[in-house]
Design a protein around this ligand. Structure first.
Ligand SMILES: [Zn+2]
Length: 66
């Protein structure tokens, strides 16, 4: 049998709890290599550099020959 709560939560109590659940946008930084916007403490999604070193190989999609 599923557990049942003894008392209902007042709407204000529920809102008090959910007042702490807001989603915050992650802070953005600029890449020192290509100066594009990147997430702080993450490798750059554009050039793959982190702390002046290339840590991720970014593969550019090859153009389809027509
Ligand atoms: Zn970059």
């Amino acid at each position: 049998m599923a557990p049942l709560t003894k008392r209902r939560y007042a709407k204000s109590r529920q809102r008090e709890r959910r007042g702490h659940q807001a989603i915050v946008a992650s802070s953005m930084d600029t890449c020192s290599q290509c100066h594009s916007a990147k997430r702080s403490h993450h490798a750059c999604m554009v050039c793959g550099f982190y702390n002046g070193k290339e840590v991720v190989k970014i593969e550019t999609p090859k153009k389809k020959s027509t």
